[in-house]
Design a protein around this ligand. Sequence first.
Ligand code: UD1
Length: 427
Amino acid sequence: MDRIIIRGGKPLSGKLPVSGAKNAALTLLPCALLTDEPVTLRNLPRLADVDSFGHLLNQLGVSTMIEGARPEDFGRVMTLRAGRVTSTVAPYDIVRKMRASILVLGPLLARAGEATVSLPGGCAIGNRPIDLHLKALEAFGAIIEITAGYVKASAPDGGLPGGNYSFPVVSVGATENALMAAVLANGISRLENAAREPEIVDLCRLLVAMGAEIEGIGTDTLIVHGKPRLHGATYAVMPDRIEAGSYACAAAITGGDLELVGASAEDMHAILAGLREAGVHIEEKRGSIRVAADGRLKPLTLSTAPFPAFPTDMQAQFMAMLTLADGASVLTETIFENRYMHVPELARMGADITVNGRTAVVRGVAGLTGAPVMATDLRASMSLVLAGLAAQGETQVNRVYHLDRGYERLEEKLQAVGADIERASDG
Ligand code: UD1
């Protein structure tokens, strides 16, 4: 199994390219199921999760073709075509490995009138039910049955009528599934308290490019006028705000100076505000963001919440950064109940963190020391990489497959800005 080995203590500097957003890619890919015409996605990140999603779509009858990908390029272009949907089943084996597979439910139901998708079950960061996905689809007229670990959704003869649904809790995935189902419904659908993450805006933009009619894009009330059919489109995936935020933390924790090329400040207000409050210098440029730090960091009080507030996907990376702040920070996780799995590993590197329920108190220490560590999820793994970049001595981050799910060529990007980091393989 691969490991990442880091010899820390070097300030990072230079230009670092930001890839296409993983979470946007995972909701744009299933849109190919909504039309028999080709959908071309540009700036798709080269990530294990994107490959897995492509394989799932292949099993449903979608052809995928990758164009002109040279090994040295970041990102790639993929053309997907669902001339005919040949299967409406997303099996346990795939959904278990990648929760985002649930995002084929809405589009399959809309296009083929039925979908059978394995229930994803819990995951390392919490229980993560899909009840809201199902309730929204039911409100649009779907018939939902749960048997033998699978959700079977079907539309009445003649297709989904469409309808209204108000989410009791903001859910990114449920909003995405509902939107992808509503665009082909017979009537008008209205979603209230919808998620308004930038990835949802990206999804709406692709759907509109495919001929969908959606009002309220970027707000928490979305009105979808269903269309009998959608057509193909070419669309570029938005930049990854979480990848950009993670590398901003790398500049901050090493006292470095990075230009994040392609990052969009518009999508990152809460992240950039947090960095500024911690004393990090942020310069918003055209097409990039410069992040510079002098090695001194101020403590923060932060709470995760749906967009536009501070994202749960940045909590672990900020925590790593704040282990070296001058004072005590208080972080509260309100989205997922079990998202502090990185705390004991950071503690093994010398961090001083106390968790009480959903709140973590991080008391800044003078320095971290390298250690062998491992994490149970993607962002937690990144927090250990960040700690390793600042620590004295050698850090080995195990279970690299988590990082490969969400960071395109992590070690290459970090090496290019001066990090002493490499991948080692046991096999
Ligand atoms: C997405 C992102 C993930 C991010 C999260 C929150 C993708 C592929 N993943 O996950 O990186 O951390 O948004 O920004 O885009 N909930 C329910 N019932 C449901 C659905 C959700 O109770 O049917 C709860 C969840 O347990 C959680 C909260 O709602 O507490 C928010 O989850 P949600 O926004 O749905 O997260 P995902 O879409 O799974």
